[in-house]
Design a protein. Structure first.
Length: 282
């Protein structure tokens, strides 16, 4: 571990395609919160664990600069699905709060489908996508994957955010998030959380966009995040991704089939929350 770096005290472990970019953007507006700027999703306790603690901690502030922050952490969606993550986090030692953002499971699957289309990782219908990607159903079974974390750390250390509720009442979402992270009330700007982020779009130049995505992954492997961020600053992603918003049409039969698969999962999550989730009416 790096002796000169502050250690994170919170971690976002929520679902893929469930609003993690919105949550990251919201947290980054509070002056008492530090989330990495060089690389947004570190995934250290999941598929980047072999890179070591020194790699992870390079993204956090130096001890001398960390005094102004009450909450230091990162948002790494999908960590909740990694069975090795709870023990790794426990052994790391400094993380004592968890943010879990989830979305109505069928809507989450649609969001994931749109991202696959955007990144040119799949071509075809939503029905075919779900048939060939069975993990998309698994990733909507939130309670199943949260249970090992709750058993390891205790429920009082988790703040579960229902994405649909949060964007419908951003003021309440900010107050609850701030209270959980022990932040000064009113620290979030009034406009924070109001903007739509990470909208799925079809690339203007699909080939060039696919090249950029692949190059970005290789640069991440080489730890050259400064070059990735330079590309973002120059507006390369926006220029290539300025196409039309991805619209999805799904047959009612397909919709009902998958919503039915997720109904029990909704009930299980409501048991954990101790309340109903009316925003997920099915």
């Amino acid at each position: 571990m790096r002796a000169d770096r502050a250690k994170p005290n919170f971690l976002g472990i929520g679902a893929y395609g469930a609003g993690s970019t919105w949550l990251y953007a919201l947290l980054s507006t509070h002056p008492q919160v530090y989330v990495p700027t060089a690389h947004k999703e570190l995934h250290y306790f999941a598929h980047n664990f072999e890179k070591g603690a020194d790699w992870y901690e390079q993204f956090f502030p130096k001890d001398d600069d960390a005094e102004i922050y009450r909450a230091i952490g990162d948002i790494s969606p999908g960590t909740m699905y990694d069975t090795a993550a709870p023990a790794r986090i426990r052994d790391y030692g400094s993380i004592d709060k968890f943010l879990v953002i989830v979305r109505e499971p069928f809507a989450r699957a649609i969001s994931s489908y749109k991202k696959y289309l955007q990144y040119r990782r799949f071509e075809g219908s939503f029905e075919r996508f779900m048939e060939t990607h069975p993990e998309q159903v698994e990733q909507g079974l939130y309670a199943r994957y949260l249970e090992p974390f709750l058993q390891e750390f205790g429920g009082d250390r988790f703040h579960i955010i229902i994405f649909e509720e949060a964007v419908a009442d951003v003021g309440s979402a900010k107050r609850e998030l701030g209270a959980f992270l022990d932040l000064t009330p009113g620290g979030f700007p009034d406009a924070a959380g109001q903007q739509e982020v990470n909208v799925s779009r079809l690339p203007r130049l699909p080939g060039a966009y696919a090249f950029m995505v692949n190059a970005s992954r290789k640069l991440q492997d080489m730890n050259m995040y400064w070059l990735i961020n330079l590309g973002h600053a120059l507006g390369l992603k926006s220029a290539l991704l300025g196409g039309r918003t991805i619209k999805v049409s799904i047959d009612d039969r397909i919709s009902e089939h998958y919503r039915g698969l997720f109904r029990a999962s909704k009930s299980d999550l409501e048991q954990i929350l101790g309340r109903r989730i009316p925003a997920w009416a099915t």
